[in-house]
Write a protein that binds this ligand. Structure first.
Ligand code: UTP
Length: 408
C-alpha cells in the first residue's frame, strides 16, 4: 500500500494519528507501517457506537442438558458410536491457542505454562496426553488443528517440536494462524505498539473457522472426510477432547452441535450458561445473566439455568459451512492493552485501558439448529487457568490435578 492510500484509509476511519511519526521512520519501518495499515480492518471500530445494541439478547428460555446419570446409562452405546466415528476419520480436534492470556500475565503462549511443582508439567502436555488416551481407545489418530496467532505462532510451533509433540503423531498436527484486529482506547482511537506498529491483537476465538478456511486448512478437513470438529480451549488443563462418549451422544441425539457443560457451583459463577434464545440454542455470558434468570427454578426446584459451558464444543462441519456466511456478532471487551505513549515509551498497563474487538466461538452455537448440552463432572474435566492466584487459577488447577491423581 502506498502512503496516499494509507492516508485515505485512515482518514475515512478517523485514525490519522497512526501516521504521526511516519516522517521520522526509516524506509523499512515505513514499509512495515504501510503493510500494517493495509492488513488492519478498521471497520470493527465503528461498532463501538453500537455497543449497547450489540449486547441486546433475544428471549431466553431453558434448554435441558443430558445429565451424567443419563449419560452413564447410555455410555457403552455412545462410546461405541463415537469410537466408530473416530476410526472412520470423521472427527477432528481444534485447539484454540491464539489467546494472549493477559490475565495470567505470562508472555509465553498459555499452553507452554508449566504447572508442575517437582517436574515440568505443561498445559499442552496434559491436553495432548488426554487426546492420546482417545487415540488408544479408538485405535486411530485424530487430526489436531492448533490455532495460534501472530503473537505466539513461532513459539508454539517450536515448543511443540522441541518436545516431540508430547508423543503425538506430527503427521496429524496442523497449525494455522488466526486473524488480527486493532485494539483501541475508550474513544475508539487505535493504540500504537510502536511508531511503526499498530496495537493489533487476535480477533477472538470465534475467528477459528474463517481462519481455518483462509489458511487452507479446510482442504485437509475435506480431503480427510472429517465431518465433526471438536473445538476446545487451551486453558483447561483437564480438558478432554474428541471424547468418544460426547461425540456418540451428540450423534445419537441427531444434534448438529454439542457443548460440554458443568453444573454451576454458584448462581453467579462466571461461566456462560447454555439456554435457548428465541428458540435456538445459545449461551448467555455470565455478565448478561439477569438476577431473574440467575434465580429462576425448574419444575424439580433446580436452577433453570444450571449448566455452564466449558469451551468444549462439537460442530458438524456441513452445518458450519452453511452458517459461516452469517456474520458472527462482535464483542467489545475491556482489556489491558500495551501501547506506546506520546513520548514514545512502551507502556504495559496495570489496569484495563481500552477495548479489543472479538468474535466468540460461543456465538456459533446460536447459529446451529440444535445443540446437545452434555454434562461432565467438573472435578474431572474442568480446571481453567485464567489467573495466577484465586478463582480459576494455577492454584485451583493444581488442586484439581492432584484430585485426579496427576503428578505435579
Ligand atoms: P480467553 O477468553 O480466556 O482469552 O480465551 P485469553 O486471551 O486466553 O486470556 P485473557 O482474557 O487475555 O486473560 C479462551 C480460549 O480462547 C482462546 C484462548 O487461547 C483460550 O483457549 N483464544 C482467545 C484464541 O484462540 N484466540 C483469541 O483471540 C482469544
Amino acid at each position: 500500500m502506498i502512503y496516499q492510500d494509507a492516508y485515505k484509509k485512515l482518514e475515512a476511519a478517523g485514525q490519522l494519528h497512526v501516521l504521526a511519526h511516519f516522517d521520522s521512520l526509516t524506509e523499512i519501518q515505513q514499509k512495515n507501517l504501510l503493510k500494517d495499515i493495509e492488513l488492519t480492518d478498521f471497520s470493527v471500530l465503528s461498532y463501538l457506537e453500537k455497543r449497547e445494541e450489540l449486547m441486546k439478547k433475544g428471549e431466553i428460555t431453558p434448554l435441558k442438558a443430558m445429565e451424567i446419570s443419563e449419560i452413564e446409562r447410555g455410555r457403552a452405546w455412545y462410546e461405541e458410536l463415537g469410537c466408530r466415528a473416530i476410526r472412520q476419520g470423521q472427527v477432528g480436534a481444534v485447539l484454540l491457542a491464539g489467546g494472549m492470556g493477559t490475565r495470567l500475565g505470562s508472555d509465553e503462549p498459555k499452553g507452554m505454562y508449566d504447572i508442575g511443582l517437582t517436574k515440568p508439567v505443561y498445559i499442552f502436555e496434559r491436553i495432548i496426553s488426554n487426546l492420546r488416551e482417545v487415540v488408544e481407545k479408538a485405535c486411530a489418530w485424530v487430526h489436531l488443528f492448533i490455532m495460534t496467532s501472530d503473537k505466539n505462532h513461532e513459539r508454539t510451533v517450536s515448543f511443540l517440536a522441541e518436545h516431540d509433540y508430547f508423543g503425538y503423531n506430527p503427521g496429524y498436527i496442523h497449525f494455522f494462524r488466526q486473524e488480527m484486529a486493532p485494539a483501541s482506547d475508550y474513544t475508539g482511537k487505535v493504540y500504537m505498539e510502536g511508531k511503526d506498529k499498530i496495537a493489533n491483537s487476535p480477533n477472538g476465538n470465534g475467528g477459528w473457522f474463517s481462519s481455518m478456511a483462509n489458511g487452507g486448512i479446510m482442504e485437509i478437513v475435506k480431503n480427510n472426510g472429517i465431518e465433526w470438529l471438536n473445538v476446545f480451549a487451551v486453558d483447561n488443563v483437564l480438558q478432554r477432547m474428541a471424547d468418544p462418549c460426547f461425540i456418540g451422544a451428540t450423534i445419537a441425539r441427531g444434534c448438529s452441535s454439542g457443548a460440554k457443560v458443568v453444573k454451576k457451583n454458584a448462581p453467579d459463577e462466571k461461566v456462560g450458561v447454555i439456554c435457548l434464545e428465541d428458540g435456538r440454542p445459545s449461551i448467555v455470558e455470565y455478565y448478561d445473566l439477569t438476577d431473574e434468570l440467575m434465580n429462576a427454578k425448574d419444575e424439580k426446584g433446580d436452577p433453570a439455568y444450571y449448566f455452564g459451558a466449558i469451551l468444549n464444543y462439537l460442530f458438524q462441519v456441513k452445518v458450519l459451512e452453511d452458517t459461516v456466511s452469517k456474520k458472527l456478532p462482535l464483542h467489545i471487551v475491556e482489556k489491558k492493552i500495551p501501547y506506546m505513549d506520546d513520548d514514545g515509551n512502551f507502556i504495559k498497563p496495570e489496569k484495563p485501558n481500552g477495548y479489543k474487538y472479538e468474535t466468540l466461538v460461543l456465538d456459533m452455537v446460536h447459529m446451529m439448529d440444535s445443540c446437545l448440552p452434555y454434562e461432565v463432572d467438573r472435578h474431572y474435566e474442568f480446571a481453567p487457568i485464567k489467573n495466577m492466584t484465586g478463582i480459576d487459577s494455577v492454584e485451583t488447577a493444581r488442586e484439581l490435578c492432584r484430585e485426579n491423581g496427576i503428578e505435579l
